[in-house]
Design a protein around this ligand. Structure first.
Ligand SMILES: [Zn+2]
Length: 301
């Protein structure tokens, strides 16, 4: 009788212990599962954030009326010899503030990784070519968060003017809807070196790429989407075109079609901002909005 009672107490304690252990196991299992799900979500956020940061490399949080900004930078380093190329050949880079130069370098480092420059006619691709072509893109989209043009990362580089089977003509550059950008290096370089003739081949072709990406509705910055209608309204007004032609400031080629007008207006915006603002203030204004850059302020700095 006594033994039986003892045994049932032991059994009771054992059952209690087992059920407690099972309860604890359930709790631990639950915690582990929650932990696993949380880490998976965390990892996904981290991956998305990283890919975003690689595109934007910085983001800002506005507090109040935009006077307070918190910026988080994940700067990428550009090798010193590549920065030397920028310093000696790229006036736009030299005129940036120290903070913006760091941002430019960071974007350039990403662009150099992403852009594929393909040589034609035995042209030997040098660091100078890679840096200056990529820097032209970074310059064009410096006001954007999305500074690479999705789908337009393959660039064919010829030594000089070339015969294009696509257009059946001798060209200095061309941009295809398929995503191909073709440049003559000789003209790309003179476009960069001569900073006040309103000719900048790489900027011109990348402007086409920007617009084609907008038409594709893939991978363009919100800013371009936002102000495209303002641009379209401006050029849809026949009087504007007549006036601009009569002024003779934009080169005649600009009036070939709407695409060329955009590309030539962008070139002029970068090369002669002061004169463009004086002669075509409405054009300067819409360019400033579309590209989110104010060259006049930059020149004063
Ligand atoms: Zn063109």
């Amino acid at each position: 009788m006594f033994e039986n009672k003892n045994a049932s107490v032991i059994r009771g304690v054992f059952i209690l212990f087992v059920s407690l252990a099972m309860e604890l196991f359930d709790v631990f299992l639950m915690i582990a599962m929650v932990g696993l799900i949380a880490s998976m979500i965390g990892l996904a956020v981290y991956v998305v954030l990283l890919s975003y940061l690689e595109q934007a490399e910085a983001f800002s949080i506005s507090i109040g009326q935009g006077h307070l900004w918190k910026k988080v930078y994940v700067p990428r380093r550009l090798a010193p010899h590549l920065e030397d190329i920028l310093m000696s050949h790229f006036e736009y880079y030299r005129s940036l503030s120290v903070v913006d130069q760091k941002r430019f370098q960071s974007r350039l480092a990403v662009a150099l990784k992403r852009l594929k420059i393909i040589s034609r006619d035995q042209l030997v691709i040098t660091d100078e070519m890679r840096v200056l072509v990529a820097a032209s893109l970074v310059k064009l989209t410096f006001g954007y968060r999305r500074f690479l043009i999705a789908g337009f990362t393959n660039i064919i580089l010829y030594p000089s003017e070339y015969y294009s089977h696509a257009t059946k003509s001798t060209n200095k550059g061309e941009t295809h809807f398929s995503g191909m950008v073709v440049l003559s290096w000789e003209d790309t370089l003179s476009g960069i070196q001569i900073t006040n003739d309103n000719l900048h081949l790489a900027i011109h072709e990348f402007s086409h790429a920007l617009w084609l990406a907008l038409v594709r509705d893939k991978g363009v910055d919100l800013r371009l989407k936002l102000y495209q209608d303002e641009w379209k309204r401006l050029i849809a007004e026949p009087n504007n075109i007549l006036r601009w032609k009569a002024k003779g400031f934009l080169r005649p080629y600009a009036f070939t079609n709407a695409m060329e007008l955009f590309a030539c207006a962008v070139e002029t915006f970068f090369e002669s901002p002061k004169e463009l603002n004086q002669t075509h203030p409405e054009l300067y204004k819409v360019m400033r909005k579309i590209l989110n850059q104010d060259l006049l302020k930059m020149q004063r700095a």
